[in-house]
Write a protein that binds this ligand. Sequence first.
Ligand code: HBI
Length: 368
Amino acid sequence: MNNKLKLVFVSTPIGYLGSGRGGGVELTIISLIKGLIFLGHKIILVAPKGSKVFLESRNLEIILVDGIDQPSWQHQKKTDPVTIPSNSVLPKLWETVMDLENEYDAVINFAYDWLPLWLTKTKGIKIFHLISMGAESNVMKEIISEISHLFPLQLAFHTYIQSKDYSLKTDPIIVGNGFDKENYFFNENKNGPLGWAGRIAPEKGLEDAVKIASELGEKLLVWGLIEDKEYASNIENIFTKAIIEWKGFLPTSQFQEQLGHCRAFINTPKWNEAYGNVIVEALACGVPVIAYDLGGPGELIKDGLNGFLVQPNDFKGMIKATKSVSKIKRRNCRDWFEKNATNKVFAKRVENWINKGLNKNISEDFQN
Ligand code: HBI
């Protein structure tokens, strides 16, 4: 008998849900709320003011907290100290959790920040952390490794390869990620353009994908928030012809509709991408993924089944793979998604993780 949980979710402090500044974490939180409510659990979401969750449910309560965004670790050096801006939203999020008293079974933290990790030591509240990035900061790497030695069952990662950045006491708990399959429609079309999506920033390697399209004499459809304008315009200036067709940061329904028309999705990460939401969204639409064998994409793409893996920065390899993409059955991409990365599969793994951490009985299929 699976008892129902009441869980508090604490969102990322770098931007309200829906701003796009939270990157993949925004989609992760929404997917998990849907998936866990589907399993009969109740969620209290504590998030920065302005957060929007397009989901009405009597099993979801939202508490919005005002305050100044936390600077993103992606815009800081690994050696930087933790900074707390004045009127910071981060401590206010956690004061809100503390004021909730014991009306819940556990808290799940989605922020990649020092404070919530450190708070795990105050045993008053049971905090679980879904770590959303590789080791982007030394102080984060230290506190995550320390919490791993004190409360190993309260940390989980999206992929094994991401968890390898940390010195953990035990085998990592891997929960993958998940997306609502009702939001993604399978598209058979094999003759469409090349696509690329992600936050437009140096660690995402857009320039490599543009070079591939240019070599093939094609355009490249690019979706995503232009976070680094200088970086974006520098890429455009490298190429004489207008290769890039900027599509912007679209709501999922429009994004997936356009994405489904692509014959291949190019993924060119320059960092240890923890998961790679956009590649799973492409697979959900039946689009084969051609990715550098690096970070999460290196673990999610099964070479020859749902795409091709190429050694990082191997330009010739990417050209060869792009030319062979018609060998991939588009239905395999959708099937992989349905088996491994829907929000129901994801929620089941998270439910098992929390139950194990609360040392309740768990179903045998714990690991993905
Ligand atoms: N930086 N300080 C901080 N806190 C976060 O929660 C955070 C971040 N940078 C990036 C980020 N979260 C997410 O976009 C990625 O984890 C996906």
